[in-house]
Design a protein around this ligand. Structure first.
Ligand code: ATP
Length: 244
């Protein structure tokens, strides 16, 4: 793995839902300015890992250090305000609120008042279709537009780290391209990215390093360029190397 300063360090994280354990001691670090892909078959623990880092699920054991601060067990609100943006698989939009209201709700959550107006303008500039739809209820947007809204509302706050869980799930290839373009722009602006992706080839093409989970453990980690087909077939079974 890279020797650059880690922005995120996850050490021996364990997550359980009652008696059901999802993660059994996962450790890895994310260098500042890098893109890390988290891969794994269904149920491997990818979403549990993302939500434990973002403070949505509280880990049973282990430590998460973000930007030099121990954030283990802190609230998702505190963590968001520290510059960690999280887009869950469910997108967490308010379906009955308009695009504009959804943006403001997120900006109130993640930014101090003085920075919100500029961030709102930035979100609207990121995907012009959001401006056209600003009065429309989020629940009536297409899947692609909803994903753009989910992404714009966190990237507008210029986070240090973006954790994006299965952003391209169910989207048309053209929209997946748009999503990856906006992730690339964010990366070029200095946002560190932790990407959970079902499109393995696409994720590895974009990422610097990869962490492959299997049954709640790290099966492999290393440079994305070294994650060959054989290794992916071993860890992901039939789900390897899908592409759009
Ligand atoms: P997928 O790609 O299907 O979303 P994943 O790799 O993200 O899978 P997780 O969603 O983290 O995996 O699930 C890991 C394990 O934890 C699975 O066995 C899953 O059934 C279980 N699990 C996840 N969420 C819950 C929950 N809220 N309550 C109980 N068990 C859960």
């Amino acid at each position: 793995m890279s020797t650059a300063t880690p922005l995120l360090e996850v050490t021996d994280i364990e997550v359980a839902y009652g008696e059901a354990r999802a993660l059994f001691g996962v450790s890895f670090s994310v260098p500042q300015g890098s893109v890390t892909a988290v891969l794994g078959a269904n149920g491997a623990g990818k979403s549990s890992l993302a939500s434990a880092i973002a403070g949505v699920v509280h880990p049973r054991a282990g430590r998460v250090v973000f930007d030099g601060h121990d954030i283990t067990g802190k609230s998702s609100h505190t963590i968001a305000r520290m510059g960690l943006a999280y887009v869950p698989e469910s997108r967490n939009l308010f379906p009955h609120l308009s695009v504009k209201e959804n943006l403001w709700a997120q900006l109130r959550f993640s930014l101090p008042r003085a920075q919100r107006k500029d961030a709102y303008d930035k979100a609207m500039a990121m995907f012009p279709v959001l401006g056209e739809r600003r009065s429309q209820a989020a629940g009536t947007l297409s899947g692609g537009e909803q994903q753009m809204l989910a992404l714009a509302r966190v990237l507008a706050a210029s986070p240090k780290l973006l954790i994006a869980d299965e952003m391209s799930l169910g989207l048309a290839p053209r929209i997946v391209d748009l999503v990856f373009e906006s992730l690339a722009r964010a990366r070029d602006e200095g946002v560190t990215v932790l990407l959970i992706e079902q499109f393995v080839e696409r994720a590895l093409g974009f990422a610097d390093q990869a962490v492959v989970l299997r049954h709640g453990l790290v099966g492999w980690q290393g440079a994305a360029a070294d994650a060959g087909d054989e290794l992916l077939a071993e860890y992901l079974g039939g789900e390897t190397a899908s592409s759009v």
